[in-house]
Ligand binder design. Structure first.
Ligand code: AMP
Ligand code: MG
Length: 486
């Protein structure tokens, strides 16, 4: 039996009325090659990760598994603040929804599978370069404990795809419990299709928030939960230094997952105003704007849900008001954990603000700094830490304050170090690492993909043979630019 054909498909989305989607058959890639399989995701779905032929034929669009019911989802969204009334999956298909042995349901989403009615001017393809970046980064986020979509595998092909240059078409099989976005709700709201809006909300609540399903205030609870998850997810992004790059409402998951990896970037040389998306000329999605944009996006969702909330603006505002508090509480907890501060202290924000000011001045490498902070010795010379700062005197003063603050901690130095190592990653997906993988893969050598995937799956591990990937990026990487083109 071909791989996937033994899976139990339970396609609820395709049972919604056809105004929610278009049924589309994937277009096969030419001469497809399996680049990598994520064994963890295969096990999650109940697939054999060694069944390369089966995984390849499905992801390359050559075989639609028995029981799958492929469709492209329709949605709308605010792109860079401007409402676009119809977007939809232009190059991805919801192949079907699989129920695994644990009874969990997973969407199989094929990205790069060709033209759909929502492709607009696009070709419906995804290039190898951007597919590698999504494949690796979604696993990095999962490894870091940040809610995200994941991907089963990555496939390369000879299908020609024209971007700024001629590139090769690729595909990933993305996996998430839902691909419904804020923009899916906006689509029905702005068309005044309130019956379908309600149908969508009832569907999402029944599938993903069943505890609210029979409650009189189910829509309010649902909205409250999405706002909370969004605030907490963005707090996690900020703490780890992740910049999404395109936080349009069509890229905001209704489950609070990191969704749609495009021109993202992890913070390297610290700059609070870092813009990772080369096409984001105004800096709308700069690193330090993400928390406010998360709020703005939740407000868009609130607007879209307003007919289900009796158009009660005060109620909606009341729910949104929880966002800044949720974000601040979660973010400060995460940052204090990174700094090894277990009990909150009134001086903490001054201490940490001072640290960020110094990092900004010195463009200190964010991940490396926190790695080295794990080894901080009060009254020690902390030379490896100090070398990351230009103004050494100012940093010495900060170290003195930090040492005094640590003396108030109830945990031993050894315990603090081990707790800090569990929250401060050693490996993140630096742009240059993705670029090395991309350059090699474009030349036909896929060997580095799995090494980097394994590192990123275990970001807190200490693999001496890969020490170079835990260090500063090479000079050439500073000129790398990532834009929306993918
Ligand atoms: P994104 O900026 O990746 O979130 O994409 C915004 C919209 O454009 C979504 O509807 C995508 O499915 C669609 N899109 C992006 N790239 C392509 C492409 N190459 N072909 C067709 N549709 C695309
Ligand atoms: Mg998108």
């Amino acid at each position: 039996m071909p791989c996937f054909d033994h899976l139990t498909f339970d396609n609820h989305y395709s049972q919604l009325p056809d105004c929610f989607y278009s049924k589309v058959t994937p277009q096969a890639l030419e001469n497809p090659r399996l680049v990598s399989v994520n064994a963890g995701v295969a096990h999650l779905l109940g697939l054999d990760p060694e069944d390369h032929e089966g995984i390849l034929t499905v992801t390359a669009g050559k075989h639609v598994p028995a029981g799958a019911d492929p469709l492209a989802m329709v949605y709308a969204g605010h792109q860079f603040g401007v409402y676009v009334p119809r977007l939809g999956d232009g190059r991805a298909l919801l192949l079907g929804e699989v129920r695994n042995h644990q009874g969990e349901k997973w969407d199989l989403h094929l990205k790069g599978s060709g033209h759909t009615p929502y492709s607009r001017q696009g070709d419906g393809r995804a290039v190898l370069r951007s597919s590698i970046r999504e494949y690796l980064c979604s696993e990095a986020m999962h490894g870091l404990g940040i809610p995200t979509t994941r991907a089963l595998c990555l496939v390369d092909s000879d299908t020609p795809v024209l971007r700024e240059r001629k590139e090769r078409g690729a595909a990933i099989l993305r996996v998430a419990q839902s691909h419904v976005r804020f923009g899916t709700f906006e689509y029905f709201y702005y068309r005044n299709r309130h019956a379908e809006l309600k149908q969508l909300a009832d569907f999402v609540i029944a599938e993903h928030f069943p505890a609210f399903a029979n409650e009189a205030d189910c829509y309010e609870r649902f909205f409250r939960e999405v706002v909370k998850r969004t605030a907490e997810m963005i707090a996690q992004w900020q703490a780890v230094g992740f910049c999404h790059g395109v936080m349009n409402t069509d890229n905001m998951s209704i489950l609070g997952l990191t969704l749609d990896y495009g021109p993202f970037g992890f913070m390297e040389a610290f700059d609070a105003g870092h813009i990772c998306n080369h096409s984001d000329y105004q800096g709308r999605y700069a690193f330090n704007q993400q928390p406010d944009i998360g709020y703005w996006n939740c407000a868009c969702l609130g607007q879209a849900l307003s007919p289900l909330l009796n158009n009660d603006v005060d109620r909606i505002k009341g729910i949104l008001a929880q966002y800044p508090d949720d974000f601040a509480a979660h973010y400060s907890l995460l940052i204090r954990q990174k700094a090894g501060l277990t009990v909150p202290h009134e001086s903490d924000s001054r201490l940490l603000d001072g640290l960020f000011t110094l990092m900004q001045q010195s463009r200190t490498d964010y991940t490396l700094f926190f790695q080295r902070l794990c080894d901080f010795v009060p009254d020690g010379d902390n030379a490896l830490l100090k070398e990351l700062f230009v103004d050494r005197k100012a940093f010495d003063l900060w170290c003195q304050d930090y040492g005094v603050r640590l003396a108030q901690e109830p945990v031993s130095q050894v315990d603090r170090k081990s707790a800090m190592k569990q929250v401060n990653p050693k490996y993140i997906l630096r742009n240059y690492m993705a670029q090395i993988v991309i350059d090699q893969a474009e030349a036909g050598d896929y060997s580095e993909v799995n090494t980097i995937l394994a590192l990123l799956s275990n970001p807190f591990s200490d693999w001496k043979q890969y020490e170079a990937y835990a260090g500063l990026p090479p000079d050439w990487s500073t000129s790398l630019e990532v834009s929306c083109s993918s």
